[in-house]
Design a protein around this ligand. Structure first.
Ligand SMILES: CC(=O)N[C@H]1[C@@H](OP(=O)(O)OP(=O)(O)OC[C@H]2O[C@@H](n3ccc(=O)[nH]c3=O)[C@H](O)[C@@H]2O)O[C@H](CO)[C@@H](O)[C@@H]1O
Ligand SMILES: C=C(OP(=O)(O)O)C(=O)O
Length: 427
């Protein structure tokens, strides 16, 4: 068992470099299957979700050649087995992008139901609706999703809900389909635009990514490409909140400030100072935190993947803050962990009412999911005393070198590995 041990109370100070975006990387890596040539992908984050995707690709017959720490060449042109093994796919959400990519290339895909963070039900009806509109037949049996078609043809799909995953999956399937596909009510997140840019760099014809309507003219051939993934909006936002939470002064480098605007606006409202540069952003705080209200929304609204970090910051704001989760039904599970640290939070369905306390105190806590884990780290940095965080594998799904990055900012954090026998006795 591995844990993080954090001594709280240090003001973060210095510079941190943001890695490539997890949620763009996990779409772009499966998308390489669509290419008729090898692709070089730069700015790949070194996180466990990416390692799992590489394992899946290798098992399917692709050749992955590391060029340096954040750059690989992927040649998926050799025999690709259109079945994604259950044991790997169920570990993460984005494994289901192999459905769209395999269907788009071979008109056949068999992929296990995906895993990912547990926010209650995470349906895939909109993905299925999209595939069916392109002419595929989809069935779900024994935990495997089977999608197949004679050949895919363009379709007109109006999504019932704005879904990042469905937008990406149907885009992948449509890129080589015959004719025109129109997707309406699509997600507009930066990673949607990044995937479209990647596919277009291989010769796809996708227009409108980043707006509500995406139009895709199917093409017969996609050539290899070299492409650099955008910086991670959520990793950057996490360090922004950590700087504000610890009364720090941190320059966050390799970011796209436009992607951070909704986070910047809320931090300023809560009492932090934020200065934007071309590709970096500086966050400072030397006064008290003030209560705010926020609601998470699809992009360009405040991102749900920043909700736990921001809620954690507000535990020590003066007054009562209100955070409404507008995307997921059940994304406040981590609140019980914050309560162990002295936070005063009442949750009623999708609304959390946070009554600010003067400070948090250290306690043993666990990461209940990826961003909840990041929130525990922020809480631990704010708290008096030594906090131990368990189940850190969630955090490692999406944050590259998080310990080293926080240490460079002055944090006192270490990772310890307990032999299972010691861990068992401790339970
Ligand atoms: C790998 C990845 O990129 N994960 C992100 C992606 O997840 P993911 O792509 O799974 O999230 P979606 O955007 O699809 O989900 C948004 C909402 O739509 C609903 N829905 C979704 C699909 C569907 O077929 N039917 C349906 O009803 C969901 O229950 C949820 O309430 O976007 C979420 C919302 O920004 C983020 O929290 C996740 O970090
Ligand atoms: C929820 C997230 O990821 P996933 O969809 O991969 O579980 C996330 O990145 O915060």
């Amino acid at each position: 068992m591995e844990k993080f041990i954090v001594e709280g109370g240090v003001r973060l100070n210095g510079e941190v470099e943001i890695s490539g975006a997890k949620n763009a990387a996990v779409a772009i890596i499966p998308a390489v299957i669509l290419s008729d040539g090898p692709c070089v992908i730069e700015n790949i984050p070194n996180i466990s979700d990416v390692s799992v995707l590489f394992k899946i690709l290798s098992e399917m017959g692709a050749v992955i050649r590391p060029i340096n720490r954040s750059c690989v060449e992927i040649d998926a042109t050799r025999a690709i087995n259109p079945v994604v093994p259950y044991e790997l796919a169920r570990n993460m959400r984005a494994s289901y992008y192999f459905l769209g990519a395999l269907l788009g290339k071979f008109s056949r895909a068999e992929v296990s139901m995906p895993g990912g963070c547990d926010f209650g039900v995470r349906p895939i009806d909109q993905h299925i609706k999209g595939f069916e509109s392109l002419g595929a037949t989809v069935s779900v049996d024994h935990g495997m999703i089977d999608a197949r078609a004679e050949h895919l043809t363009g379709g007109h799909i109006y999504f019932d809900v704005v879904s990042v995953g469905a937008t990406i999956n149907v885009m992948l399937a449509a890129v080589r389909a015959k004719g025109l596909t129109i997707l309406e009510n699509v997600a507009k997140e930066p990673h949607i635009v990044d995937l479209a840019n990647f596919l277009n760099s291989m010769g796809a014809d996708i227009r409108g990514a980043g707006t509500d309507v995406i139009k895709i003219h199917g093409v017969d051939f996609l050539h290899g490409t070299t492409y650099s993934i955008i910086p991670d909006q959520i990793e950057a936002g996490t360090y922004m909140v950590a700087a504000a939470a610890t009364m720090g002064d941190v320059l966050i480098k390799n970011v796209i400030p436009k992607h951070l605007e909704s986070i910047t606006a809320k931090l300023i409202k809560a009492g932090a100072s934020v200065i934007e540069y071309d590709d970096s952003i500086r966050v400072m705080r030397d006064g008290p935190l003030e209560k705010i209200s926020l609601k998470t929304m699809p992009h360009p609204g405040f991102p749900t993947d920043m909700q736990p970090q921001m809620t954690t910051l507000l535990t020590v704001a003066e007054g009562t803050s209100i955070v409404t989760e507008g995307v997921w039904d059940n994304r406040f599970k981590y609140v019980d962990e914050l309560r162990r640290m002295g936070a005063k939070i009442q949750v009623d369905g999708k609304v959390a009412v946070i009554e600010g306390v003067p400070s948090l105190t250290a306690a043993p806590v666990k990461a209940t999911d990826l961003r909840a884990g990041a929130a525990m780290l922020i809480a631990a940095l704010m708290a008096h005393g030594t906090t131990e965080i368990e189940e850190i594998y969630h955090i490692e799904r999406g944050y590259e070198d998080i310990i080293q990055k926080f240490r460079c900012l002055g944090a006192d954090i270490r990772k310890v590995e307990l032999p299972d026998s010691v861990a068992d006795k401790a339970i």
